[in-house]
Design a protein. Structure first.
Length: 115
């Protein structure tokens, strides 16, 4: 597995892909907690999927803490690895995962992402 995320500490010793790590963080920001994380109810984040991904985007673009190849699908709102799937519709400014690519017309303005 070729991961760009290098953990200093991995308490659960998970051998996850970048997508799996960021998806767990994305879920955490929306109020879904892994069993190994315990926070009081007053400190638990519960963001919308859009706000949660804006934090991920900020950590990708401004701090380079998270790899930039994890995107959020405009249609289903799920995360996907753009290195291995998906389409970016440039004129619309939208990313689509492999499952939602069919929503992009054949004559859209940009080609599939370079893999």
């Amino acid at each position: 597995m070729n991961n760009k995320i290098k953990l200093i500490k991995n308490n659960d010793e998970k051998d996850w892909s970048d997508l799996e790590w960021i998806d767990e963080f994305y879920s955490f920001l929306q109020g879904e907690f892994p069993k190994t994380i315990i926070l009081s109810k007053t400190t638990q984040p519960k963001l919308t999927s859009k706000k949660a991904f804006s934090i991920i985007w900020y950590l990708q673009e401004h701090f380079s803490l998270l790899p930039c190849h994890i995107e959020r699908c405009w249609s289903c709102k799920g995360l996907f690895d753009s290195d291995s799937e998906g389409i970016y519709w440039e004129s619309k400014g939208r990313d689509y995962c492999g499952d939602c690519e069919y929503l992009v017309p054949d004559n859209y303005d940009n080609c599939k992402r370079d893999n």
